[in-house]
Design a protein around this ligand. Structure first.
Ligand code: GAL
Length: 474
């Protein structure tokens, strides 16, 4: 069954819930800028107010308690703490806000898991080149040290960067996330590289200066679908699946967990494409410098964001243009037997999570794993009796139990995405992932538990009750 100290959590991210985009001295972030430009987000919506958690934190805490969570994953807004991104100026109001959130959680016996970076770079740093610029890694490290110093006496679970793949690809290749850059085949590799460098520096800082006293753990959250060859016996499809995995999960997990460098098949695929296009010069995939802190070993656990599964076959390049997709030469298709509910990209495949967990155990040296995001959304008309989503949580948690019991994967926690309906990036408020409905037309932004929230609460209660250690404590 689940270990007695299993983390039962739910997650959110600062820009998606806080609002208060200019409150009390907060600086603008790239998501503020992006949303305020025309044509970027569904319905021209933005996170100016969102769930107003900056004002209504008490309401969020009530939701957390109603669910019976043992853990809550939140992210810090870098620009709320350091308005220009640097420690030259600290916004004390921002510090007070997060101090209250953390203290309130602990007072209710809920442990915080804190993400330092969930997509919202201070605009001031974007103006200096953002994640494309090498200097960003040390700025991130300074911000991380500031957070460890300020909150690390109480926060024991840290995520440095959430989903570097999404920041790199959606933000700098496809341009559909902030900062909206479209430089295919180039920028995503640079951004991913600087994110890994920044992450590693922050991990080393924690390790050298804070770990002994604070006794916490640090990782980065890596997103990955479960991938299978379209035709199980077809060698081309099998090779395409390996490439696809290397270009998503492997891109970030291989340097951190296995070799200190990018997967070999990723580099050779990129370099072969470069050659094919008749380009010369250094590789589009940067190399790690021996003079900088090592990347290998910079995660104390594996933080996995899993949403969906895909079948894979070769293909997907965009003609005469260099691109990540072209380098990868692998495209994904949906299996028609997997139901797609809510958003079009999210085929509901709970058993894919079990398979991915087993793959992670086998590939990355059996790490402790926290599932830091998992969930599924609905689009209008919204139903409070969201039967399908309630079933989904039951099915998924059963798969996690099987991964622990039968496959012996060391899963330490599960965080549903998300506590609340919130600002779902380019989809605005049209896509709802919450365990609580938020009425965005109501001035008080009333929160109401969905049936899926009730189901999750029941599951948590059940497993807490069968836990013998807790019974002794009672
Ligand atoms: C993740 C992201 C979350 C949330 C989720 C659902 O990529 O980290 O912030 O939006 O997807 O789409």
């Amino acid at each position: 069954m689940f270990p007695c100290d299993f983390a039962w959590g739910a997650g959110t991210a600062a820009y998606q819930i806080e609002g208060g985009w200019q409150a009390d001295g907060k600086g603008p972030s790239i998501w503020d800028t992006f949303c305020h430009e025309e044509g970027r987000v569904f319905g021209e919506q933005d996170g100016d107010v969102a769930c107003s958690s900056y004002e209504l934190w008490d309401k969020d805490l009530e939701c957390i308690q109603q669910l019976g969570l043992t853990h809550y994953r939140l992210s810090l807004s870098w620009a709320r703490l350091l308005p220009d991104g640097t420690t030259r100026h600290v916004n004390q109001k921002g510090v007070q806000y997060y101090n209250k959130v953390i203290d309130d959680l602990l007072a209710c016996s809920v442990s915080p898991m804190v993400t330092l970076y969930h997509f919202d770079l201070p605009q001031a740093l974007q103006d200096q080149g953002g994640w494309k610029s090498p200097g960003i890694a040390t700025l991130f490290d300074s911000y991380a040290k500031f957070c460890f110093q300020t909150f690390g006496d109480r926060v024991k679970l840290w995520i440095t960067i959430n989903e570097p793949y999404v920041c790199a690809k959606l933000g700098h290749e496809d341009g559909i996330h902030a900062p909206g850059i479209k430089e295919p085949g180039i920028a995503a590799y640079l951004v991913g590289h600087n994110m890994l460098r920044g992450h590693a520096m922050a991990w080393h800082s924690y390790n050298s200066f804070y770990r002994a006293k604070q006794e916490g753990v640090v990782s980065l959250a890596i997103n990955s679908d479960w991938l299978e060859p379209l035709r199980a016996e077809c060698t081309e499809d099998i090779a395409a699946t390996e490439r696809y995995l290397a270009f998503t999960l492997g891109w970030f997990a291989c340097p951190v967990f296995v070799t200190g460098d990018y997967p070999e098949i990723m580099r050779s695929a990129i370099d072969a494409q470069t050659k094919k296009f008749g380009c010369t010069g250094s590789s589009r995939l940067p190399s790690f410098s021996k003079d900088e802190p090592a990347i290998l070993g910079t995660a104390d656990f594996f933080a996995l964001n899993y949403y969906t599964s895909r079948k894979v076959k070769p293909g997907g390049g965009c003609g005469n243009m260099l691109s990540v997709k072209g380098d990868r030469d692998a495209e994904d298709v949906l299996d028609p037997s997997w139901p797609v509910c809510g958003v079009s990209w999210l085929a509901v495949v709970p058993h894919g999570l079990r398979k991915l967990l087993k793959y992670i155990k086998d590939t990355f040296n059996n790490p402790a794993v926290y599932i830091t995001e998992n969930g599924f959304s609905q689009v209008g008309p919204l139903q409070i009796e969201d039967v399908q989503r309630a079933e989904f949580y039951k099915d998924t948690i059963l798969e996690v139990a099987k991964a622990i019991q039968e496959d012996r994967v060391n899963v330490r926690g599960y965080f549903a995405w998300s506590l609340l309906d919130n600002f779902e990036w380019a989809d605005g408020f049209s896509v709802r992932f919450g365990l609580f409905h938020v009425d965005f037309s109501d001035a008080k932004l009333r929160r109401t538990m969905y049936q899926s929230g009730g189901e999750y609460a029941k599951i948590i209660k059940k497993y807490k009750e069968v836990n013998p250690e807790e019974k002794v404590d009672e």
